[in-house]
Design a protein around this ligand. Structure first.
Ligand code: AMP
Ligand code: ZN
Length: 452
């Protein structure tokens, strides 16, 4: 299996250290708001990653974290805490906000038929472990205190600029104005923030005799260390995480314990909507509820994502979503053929699909292989199961065999047609259509299909 590794900026052959436990860490959502379709592209791509690991016969141990504390509105450790912002907006407590949006996220996650992570970890469940990591950084002389909190001295971590290929001199020049004079270097970041007198910050814990809360990056470094142990085989996130969040996770974990954090880093690119950035002000932060209002399901959207590649920037439009939906329905009709015609040998197609997926998760290429053969072939149950394992489009579940009663009606309609009793034949066709089954007359007989 080949994967593009951000660490080397190259497509590399991937082999897990332990095929029985492929360690995968996925940076999860900050649960302060309804997620939009852009936020979910990552989880669809990383679901594909897990599916391809499994196709290779490997077993994953995968952690997804839920950020419910410490993520500030700006990456520069400034601005409001996102959770506090959500709480104010809705007149709820931060804990209620976390609960609400975590559940909403998981409901969408499941409706997308994404494989359950082995472990789902909430940042607030790891506070004492996060403090231990700060202690370890302190013991290495990597942090210093300011009036704002405990900061990482990035000049002391010699590889700091390496991962993101940062140009620190350029950063320094550009940040002269904004950069607080208590920070030693412009790229220094908070590992722990103090709550100041009079500051309204509901989530706070006592550490070193003061109330405070963790900086955002600390949770991933901690949870990965506690639940998987470094190095993990694969760490995933959005490309926006490269210069700050992942760079800082690495500085924290590798700085504290001296072991490589992850062997492979995978980053998904961003999507635009009708050519524009997704943003509240443009009114294009579509949620799955918005898609549903226009007649599109979670799986239609998933199909749309799978038509692209995680490294490519993509543009979303409802026209393209409609064609993805049609493609998904075509596959569903293909899967339903297994009840109606003798199966053909599809072993070679299976191999071609697997080869495409093993080539840096080329789902678009894999789907193109399938498109080439669906018109002339009939799958068996095992092939449909294979497609479901590879893509997670729930083809088997959505194409149960029809009842004997329906089959009898289809046969009766055929007799009526043969006897030129078209009124009876049409009445039977309408009855079936009302029950969600459409008939398609072809050269080699009639085929039934599920209506939309
Ligand atoms: P936000 O809620 O805006 O902080 O977004 C959370 C994460 O979702 C970001 O860190 C990105 O990795 C991802 N994300 C946000 N917008 C997009 C987008 N348009 N396309 C793909 N991923 C996105
Ligand atoms: Zn993270």
């Amino acid at each position: 299996m080949k994967l593009y590794n951000t660490l080397s900026r190259k497509v590399e052959e991937f082999q897990p250290e332990n095929p029985e436990r492929v360690k995968v860490y996925t940076c999860g959502p900050t649960v302060y708001n309804t997620a939009h379709i852009g936020n979910f592209t990552a989880y669809v791509y990383w679901d594909l990653l897990i599916r391809v690991l499994r196709l290779n016969g490997w077993h994953e141990d995968r952690v997804l974290n839920i950020t419910d504390v410490g993520h500030l509105a700006s990456d520069a450790d400034e601005g409001e805490d996102k959770m506090e912002k959500g709480a104010k907006r809705e007149g709820l407590t931060v804990w209620q906000i976390a609960e609400r949006y975590m559940n909403e996220f998981l409901a969408d996650y499941r409706a997308l038929n994404l494989l359950e992570p082995t472990q789902i970890c909430r940042a607030t469940d790891f506070i004492s472990e996060e403090m231990a990591l700060v202690d370890a950084l302190d013991a290495k002389g990597l942090i210093y205190e300011t009036s704002d909190g405990l900061y990482y001295d990035t000049a002391k971590f010699s590889n700091y600029a390496e991962f993101a290929q940062l140009d620190l001199a350029h950063l320094r020049a550009g940040a002269r104005v904004a950069f607080s004079n208590e920070k030693r270097n412009v790229s220094d970041f908070a590992v722990w923030k103090w709550v100041h007198d009079g500051e309204d910050h509901a989530m706070q814990w006592e550490y070193r005799g003061r109330m405070g809360y963790p900086g955002w990056h600390l949770e991933c470094a901690t949870i990965l260390h506690e639940r998987l142990g470094e190095p993990v085989d694969i760490h995933t996130g959005g490309i926006d995480h490269i210069p700050v969040h992942h760079t800082n996770e690495i500085a924290e974990l590798e700085g504290a314990y001296g072991k490589q954090m992850a062997r492979f880093w995978l980053h998904n690119n961003f999507i635009t909507v009708n050519g524009e950035k997704i943003s509240k002000s443009l009114g294009n932060t579509y949620s799955f509820a918005d898609l549903a209002k226009r007649g599109f399901s979670h799986l239609d959207y998933k199909m749309w994502v799978l038509q692209g590649h995680f490294q490519s920037e993509r543009n979303f439009s409802f026209t393209d979503l409609a064609s993805a939906k049609q493609r998904r329905l075509n596959y569903r009709n293909f899967a339903a053929l297994r009840w109606q015609k003798p199966a053909t040998d599809m072993a070679a197609v299976r191999d071609m699909i697997t080869a495409q997926l093993n080539n840096n998760l080329n789902s678009a290429g894999a789907l193109a292989e399938l498109d080439k053969v669906i018109a002339e072939n009939t799958p068996d149950e095992a092939f449909v199961k294979f497609l479901d394992e590879a893509f997670g489009l729930d083809l088997a579940k959505n194409t149960p065999d029809i009842s004997d009663e329906m089959k009898a009606k289809i046969a009766e309609r055929q007799h009526a047609k043969d006897a030129k009793d078209y009124a009876r034949a049409d009445a039977l066709r309408d009855e079936l259509a009302a029950a969600g089954i459409n008939l398609l007359d072809g050269a080699d007989g009639v085929i039934w299909q599920f209506a939309d």
